[in-house]
Design a protein around this ligand. Structure first.
Ligand SMILES: Cc1cc2nc3c(=O)[nH]c(=O)nc-3n(C[C@H](O)[C@H](O)[C@H](O)COP(=O)(O)O)c2cc1C
Length: 340
């Protein structure tokens, strides 16, 4: 048994928007630590998913939340952003107004749910919640994890109560967990970040970013990781909720080309390069702050996806999508376990 309570030192990365309880259940039942991403769920949806998760597995699992500080809306920036997207609204014949699935930070209501369901592990992205909320999570007995993208962030997380730190290398798919710095040019790759974080903190370190097979997992352990967190490799599993356009991109040659982009949410995240990223440039100063950029892109995404196109969709992927296979998640767990 590992420090996470799971049989294997393997966390299935929480992937908001691309999976729910079915993937978490499959991974936990296979001996890994399945994760339920709650960052884009309402409280009612969280309750439903937690109920399903608890019914689906007797094994430990992880529940994941965002803890960004919501920015004040900036009307000028929003208008400039919509102007930049205007040619696409006209091309696709859609109205700019659109509601996007909200990305909510961890809240008192979410803490109520954790007190009720008592998951053994709780992980955060973008730092940690306010001290009173964090204290409530810790009082449930949950082990608290959070992502660090730099040595400074790892030290900060340890000092503020994280029981383990996820060293998220620049290769990782999805959003960077950055919370002390906004400079993507100084983000560090897994191979360089991991041993430095291991030296800098006393708590266990989990390696995330680019781990796609048994040898990658073994390399992470050799560099001092106590466990690995793997996301991208699970995206083609039947238990994942990955959209059709996202699956098609992951299976194509385009998966070899990923970049950090802020176009889809306002925050830097790694995804497969698509038309919007190519034409506006993957990082745009016009995109409103995280998570406000999402709303204006949402109608373009919906219209394009209806036509089978991922031109306006976030196609989150790490730099190494070679671990993606259309097989049950338990097979991916088994394959990774050979290196653990
Ligand atoms: C589709 C996708 C969605 C993600 N969503 C989340 C999330 O909701 N919460 C989180 O903590 N990390 C999220 N991440 C980042 C992962 O936790 C992790 O850092 C990353 O998947 C590891 O790199 P890999 O994709 O190369 O395995 C996401 C990653 C992907 C690929």
């Amino acid at each position: 048994m590992t420090f996470l309570g799971s049989e294997l030192p393997l966390i299935q990365a929480p992937m908001a928007g691309s999976q729910g309880s079915p993937l978490a259940i499959a991974v936990s039942n296979a001996g890994g630590l399945g994760s339920l991403p709650c960052g884009m769920l309402t409280i009612e949806a969280m309750r439903k998913e937690l109920t399903a998760l608890r019914a689906g597995t007797q094994r430990p699992y992880n529940v994941n939340f965002f803890c960004h500080v919501p920015p004040a809306p900036d009307a000028d920036r929003e208008a400039a952003w919509r102007r930049a997207l205007d040619p696409y609204y006209r091309e696709l014949g859609v109205e700019p107004a659109g509601a996007a699935p909200a990305r909510m930070p961890f809240s008192r209501e979410a803490a109520d749910l954790l007190e009720e369901f008592r998951p053994p592990v709780v992980s955060f992205h973008f730092g940690l919640p306010a001290p009173d909320l964090l204290a409530r999570v810790k009082r449930t007995g949950a082990k608290v994890l959070s992502s660090a993208t730099t040595v400074d962030e790892a030290r900060w997380l340890q000092a503020h109560g994280a029981d383990a730190v996820i060293a998220q290398g620049a290769e990782a798919g999805g959003h960077r967990g950055m919370f002390l710095s906004t400079d993507i040019s100084t983000q560090v790759g897994t191979f360089a970040l991991l041993p430095q974080v291991v030296r800098a903190v006393k708590v266990p370190v989990i390696a995330a970013g680019g781990v796609a097979d048994a040898s990658g997992a073994a390399a992470a352990l050799a560099l001092g990781a106590a466990a690995v967190q793997v996301g991208t490799a699970f995206l083609l599993c039947p238990e994942a909720a990955t959209s059709a356009v996202h699956r098609a991109a992951l299976k194509s040659q385009s998966a070899r080309e990923t970049a950090l982009t802020n176009l889809f949410s306002g925050g830097p995240a790694r995804g497969i390069v698509n038309r919007l990223m190519r034409e506006l440039g993957p990082m745009s100063p016009l995109a409103p702050a995280y998570p406000l950029a999402t709303a204006a892109v949402a109608p373009l995404r919906a219209a394009a996806e209806k036509r089978g196109s991922g031109d306006f969709s976030p196609l989150w992927s790490g730099q190494n999508a070679t671990g993606c296979r259309e097989v049950p998640a338990a097979r991916i767990v088994e394959a990774l376990a050979e290196g653990l």
